[in-house]
Design a protein around this ligand. Sequence first.
Ligand SMILES: [Zn+2]
Length: 313
Amino acid sequence: MTNSMFPLGAPGFATHPIERAAHLRDDVDKLIALEERTDARAYVVHRDSLLIRRNGGRPTAALTLQEARGFGANPGTVFLGLRDGTPLFGMGIAATAAEALIGRPDVELGNLRAAITEGLLPVEELSAIATAKSLVSWHQRHGYCPNCGQRSAMVSGGWRRDCAACKTQHFPRTDPVVIMLVSDGERCLLGRQAQFPAGMWSCLAGFVEVAETIEEAVRREVAEEAGVTCTDVAYYKAQPWPYPSSLMIGCTARATSTAITVDRNELEDARWFDRTEAALMLERAHPDGLLGPHPVAIAHHLVAHWLNQGRLR
Ligand SMILES: [Zn+2]
């Protein structure tokens, strides 16, 4: 079920938080001194990919700042925080510099999801990598003030953008998403999106809308996507999901109806799975080749948690 990298209740990006050291963000002299330290490391982000050095030893995404700049990473470094005292930074890279790296034997731009599922990146680094990915992407998409349209500038170690023209401050956003394990007691409700790999099923999920509570969002999404009503919504655990900047809020809920009406705009299909079938899917041993979500994702842990609860009864 869960694997050694992501034991039960510990999905990717949700463990090993860095020390954010927010008190250092506005101290420009200290930030420069941290950047100049030889033990400082940077994660270089390009869209959904991460720069991974491959020359000798195991592949690593934690580059020295000198290396990162040598590969063409942009100035405009964001300060992520400290990991065991080591200063960590995030950097972007221009499309032309990224293209110039194609075919080099010593470095590659590796798709982040693939690098994680292939086990290339240590689980201890995933929280810092998520922070780099979300912050760097936010700056790339928010160069202009949404209030007045003028160019804004990165400040506070990359944790804010200020507009000199209209004096507003802008903060990186996190988008809340509910993801839920709905059960009728003996079965759980899973759905399939058209873009999922063949045979894969996962928990239903959706963005929390403005002025909506988590409980309301869970009940609304389940009703909209599968036509099922539910109650007893309870929080399980959350997971940062840096594509580009979501917080997956894992919940459980009890179904009060069982007939399914699938919203085909949202899902390819939805159906109930009993415990035996769900367990085989997580173990990748289902006779029809059906699969559950990967252990990096909180959906996997929601299903595993539900199976464990069933065993305890
Ligand atoms: Zn402005």
